[in-house]
Design a protein around this ligand. Sequence first.
Ligand code: 4NP
Length: 158
Amino acid sequence: MSTSILFVCLGNICRSPLAEGAFRAEAERHGIEAEIGSAGTGSWHAGQAPDARACAIAKERGVDISDQLARQITRRDFNRYDHIVALDAQVLADLQAMRPGDASAALSLFLDHVAGREGQDVADPYYGGDEGFAVTWDDAAAGAKALVELLMRDQRSA
Ligand code: 4NP
């Protein structure tokens, strides 16, 4: 059984591309088959590659995210993906507000999947320095690990 998961932040150039990259790497390590994507609630950066600082930290950690392209989430995504995971609480609230009545996707907050981090946001590193991106990577990697464990449990019980 395969699954699909979409990571969503504001601009789709910092946090959700790192979440997508970290999750893709973790899923591959565990042989999990999944359709994996990311999107933003905003459209400002649509069509752009991830922020250079996000690409740099991912590369340092052994993951290439440079071929990703930003896009804005659409209402169709709510029926195309099994899981839609928001990187912060504001994004989650915005997704809940735009969620169509017949949506099949399960919405969740990224760090709610990490024991001890429930309710926390992945902080937006966009306006800060490089060190913020290292924190974002660590958060992305922790969430990716927890989500892959969850999906492996789901796939075993399906
Ligand atoms: P992201 O970061 O949501 O993690 O991709 C941001 C990128 C761009 C902007 C805000 C957040 N912006 O306002 O342009």
